[in-house]
Design a protein around this ligand. Structure first.
Ligand SMILES: [Zn+2]
Length: 468
């Protein structure tokens, strides 16, 4: 009687074996390593070794496995016309500094498992594998095929999984155990536009020598610096205190001969949530726009002030759009640079809901900024992805989650991207719980062992419900 399976008890029986296999996997340094990449190890020896180790577990446990050119692979179970996918990854982000233990020697302390990859994504991935193994051990009747698919380059460019999908079929539905519960059934689209100016600065009382701000397109610039050559640099220095008064920025200016250097400080935030930050670059451009710049320097500062400043939802650019389910478009002008006589460049990253397209956004930029002498270009982005809340995949996963945890189960849309979007009916499902501490990509990454065991039980029931 499959209805009577105590999934949590079945998971608990497998805890020691699960941790032993997980420890072996965590000991492999599987950071992408292009310097040592070969045809045999396309993103480096570590990700290949981790992929092979995972597939070897599948062989050991009696599953059919397939390694697709060391880019990705799968462990397969069941049979039927429909194919379910469970998509995890074995690559990890670089360790960085600040670790109190060896990031590749797992340590359990106070119920927490510390290691690079413990929460992203080896811990949850191994829990999902053990969930599949549980269904096989219990010899439960299934009517569909399921593939546990292992990628090797999730943290960078998704090269491995994209290579895999060139020769292997896209699963009909499935989930990725690589984010949060209760579920992520929607991901906004991601578009990036580059605005480039030429570098002429002469003709005004002020000349913009240099302007720099921002580290990455997906971060709100916390610091911005401009160097201005001026007939009256003291005036630019003197006006700054009044300007920042009452604004959420601070600024300092230093005069050296006929030049003044202005540093503006705002507040960093993730680029998908620009309203949570304070963009130092657009405030600095707003301030400098009160002075007499000319030509391309003037255009660089003025378009920033008019169309990018204080505009996290893209209203000034005319790109604002809101969807009842996916929410509003967000716009983050994340990187700025200008050098006199060379040119300027502004990178604007947007996360957009259903209801617009990357092409439409780009056309609006062209129209809005047509008065300026600019070169506009765009990066290859990602479309919005949404699986409706009433899709049986979503309702089944949420039912299982609620039944096992008693926690509120509801749909969620994020601005980021997960493997869920690789399948038309694909979502992300766990393994972070609402009260988990998110240490992904950080020093001392950990995952609570209880959370891993809870997720194993949830995954087992969920996979079984979807393939029975
Ligand atoms: Zn991940």
């Amino acid at each position: 009687m499959t209805q009577n399976i105590d999934w949590k008890a079945e998971a608990a029986k497998r805890k020691d074996a699960y941790l032993e296999d997980l420890f072996d996997l965590l000991r492999i340094d599987s950071v992408r390593d292009d310097d040592n990449a070969t045809d045999e190890a396309p993103v480096g020896p570590g990700p290949k070794e981790a992929l092979e180790a995972f597939l070897a577990l599948g062989e050991r446990d009696g599953f059919t496995t397939k390694n697709v050119d060391n880019w990705a692979g799968h462990i397969e179970y069941g049979d039927g016309d429909e194919l379910m996918g469970v998509l995890a990854h074995v690559d990890v982000v670089p360790t960085g500094t600040g670790w109190e233990t060896d990031p590749f020697e797992p340590v359990i302390k106070d119920g927490r498992l510390y290691a690079r990859g413990s929460s992203d994504d080896k811990g949850p991935g191994m829990a999902a594998y053990y969930a599949l193994k549980m269904i096989k051990d219990l010899d439960l009747p299934v009517s569909k095929k399921v593939r546990f698919i292992i990628g090797t380059d999730e943290e960078s460019e998704w090269k491995g999984i994209k290579h895999y999908l060139k020769t292997e079929p896209e699963p009909d539905f499935g989930f990725s155990p690589d984010a949060s519960f209760p579920i992520i059934n929607g991901e906004k689209g991601n578009a990036t536009v580059f605005i480039e100016t030429k570098g002429a600065v002469d003709g005004g009382s002020e000349e913009l020598v240099q302007f720099e701000a921002g580290l990455r397109p997906n971060m709100v610039p916390q610091e911005a610096v401009a160097v201005v050559k001026s007939k009256n640099p003291e005036a630019i220095q003197a006006g700054l205190a009044d300007f920042v008064d009452g604004l959420p920025v601070s600024g300092v200016a230093a005069v050296d001969g006929d030049q003044v250097t202005i540093e503006m400080t705002g507040k960093a935030a993730h680029g998908s949530k620009p309203a949570s930050g304070v963009n130092a670059a657009t405030y600095l451009a707003r301030y400098l726009s009160d002075f007499d710049f000319a030509k391309d320097a003037k255009a660089f500062l003025e378009l920033t002030m008019l169309y990018l400043h204080d505009d996290p939802e893209g209203e000034k650019l005319g790109i604002a759009v809101t969807d009842a389910i996916m929410g509003e478009l967000t716009s983050n002008p994340g990187v700025f640079s200008f050098k006199a006589n060379e040119g300027g460049k502004i990178t604007v990253n947007m996360r957009y809901p259903q209801g617009t397209t990357e092409e439409a956004l780009f056309e609006t930029f062209k129209t809005k900024l047509s008065d300026y002498d600019l070169t506009l270009s765009k990066a290859n982005g990602k479309e919005p992805h949404y699986v409706p809340a009433n899709d049986p995949l979503v309702t089944t996963l949420l039912d299982v989650y609620h039944r096992q945890t008693g926690l509120e189960a509801h749909e969620m849309v994020i601005g980021g991207g997960t493997y869920g979007r690789l399948m038309k009916r694909g979502v992300a499902f766990g393994a972070m719980f609402p009260d988990s501490v998110d240490t992904m990509h950080q020093a001392n990454e950990f995952m609570a062992i209880d959370d891993l065991m809870k997720s194993m039980a949830i995954y087992a029931e969920a996979i079984y419900e979807l393939i029975k």
